[in-house]
Design a binder for this molecule. Structure first.
Ligand SMILES: NC(=O)c1ccc[n+]([C@@H]2O[C@H](COP(=O)([O-])OP(=O)(O)OC[C@H]3O[C@@H](n4cnc5c(N)ncnc54)[C@H](OP(=O)(O)O)[C@@H]3O)[C@@H](O)[C@H]2O)c1
Length: 307
């Protein structure tokens, strides 16, 4: 990739997305920082990013984009194409989480998780991939999680959505390798971003991150109290002076963008809390997948270090 490349990122109102948008723009890339409700609840974040771009003379623009709305996705991608003429990198970063035993979540909560974390990515890739195929160049980056490879109890629905994201992202790699388009996955451990605060709030964007079926919660008794204890120990870890720095995720994204395609790994873990477990699964999966692709006679669809 080169410094003039055009990068579109989802979920830039806060957390990893906002940090990486600002960092990549400072590195000289042409960055489109997308978020939903730019004139509503995210108006302040949108204004702050615009002001930063003005102050530092950055190629950094805010685009309105809700990954759960196909019209919004298509309009945003068209608007970037109209302004920049190309999209070289898409970072699928937007994501939500809820915590609690699976059956204490309402179906609306389960569906919202998948609509954002999985179908949102399918919508984004479907809108962007044709432009990348025509350019014969592109990079799809997917912000998954260690929970996309191993299960943390009471993050079951979130985990299921990230497992699905992993399969989607890996299969895009095989689909698109013949077009010079790459697809990679970043698996962060726990980092102090607003997502953890949202888990404890009764309502986030019209939907609770806490279990919606309170009768089922009552039936789980003491077990239903474990998620709050787990959350408290994570927040305690974040309060320590050596807490992980969320900028590390953006740094990994920048390295992947910079890397020549043949050297780019399919999966990159980042963080201190638990990446070794995701790595164990990654190593076993890489070997099994390699043998499967060989048996299928399809190793030519594999790219990067994974090939
Ligand atoms: N922090 C961690 O410990 C951690 C660890 C592993 C993976 N991750 C993943 O990292 C990604 C970023 O999360 P974060 O930690 O930076 O938390 P965050 O600050 O809550 O960021 C999540 C972003 O996604 C956006 N979003 C949610 N629903 C959306 C929608 N329908 N359309 C567009 N944007 C939407 C949020 O926007 P709104 O403000 O509009 O809701 C927000 O900008 C997520 O995919 C998350 O699963 C986080």
């Amino acid at each position: 990739m080169t410094a003039n490349d055009v990068i579109l990122i989802t979920g830039c109102s806060s957390g990893f997305g906002r940090l990486m948008a600002e960092d990549l723009a400072r590195k000289g890339y042409n960055v489109f920082a997308s978020m939903r409700e730019t004139t509503g609840r995210n108006a302040v974040a949108s204004k702050e990013i615009n002001e930063l771009a003005e102050r530092e003379g950055l190629s950094l623009q805010v685009v309105d984009l809700d990954v759960t709305n196909e019209t919004s996705v298509d309009n945003a991608v068209q608007s970037v194409m109209d302004q920049a003429g190309r999209i070289d990198v898409l970072v699928n970063n937007a994501g939500i989480a809820c915590i609690g035993p699976n059956e204490t979540m309402t179906m609306a909560q389960v569906q919202q998780q998948f609509d954002t974390n999985v179908f949102g990515v399918a919508r984004m890739n479907r809108a962007v991939a044709p432009h990348m195929r025509h350019q014969k160049k592109g990079l799809l980056i997917h912000i998954s999680s260690g929970c996309g490879r191993v299960i943390i109890p009471f993050l079951g629905i979130y985990s299921a959505s990230k497992f699905a994201l992993e399969a989607l992202a890996e299969s895009y790699r095989y689909d698109l390798s013949g077009f010079g388009v790459d697809s990679v996955i970043v698996e962060p451990g726990a980092y102090p971003t607003p997502v953890w605060g949202k888990l404890a709030q009764p309502e986030v964007w019209g939907q609770s991150a806490q279990p919606g079926d309170r009768d089922r919660v009552a039936e789980y008794g003491e077990i239903a109290e474990i998620p709050a204890q787990m959350g408290a120990s994570v927040l305690d870890m974040f309060a320590q002076p050596d807490a992980p720095d969320p900028k590390e995720v953006g740094e990994v994204v920048a390295q992947l963008i910079d890397m020549p395609a043949p050297e780019r790994p399919l999966r990159t873990v980042v963080g201190r809390s638990g990446p070794e477990f995701a790595d164990m699964v990654n190593q076993a999966a890489e070997q099994a997948q390699g043998e499967l692709m060989s048996m299928l006679g399809l190793t030519h669809l594999m790219t990067g270090k994974h090939a």
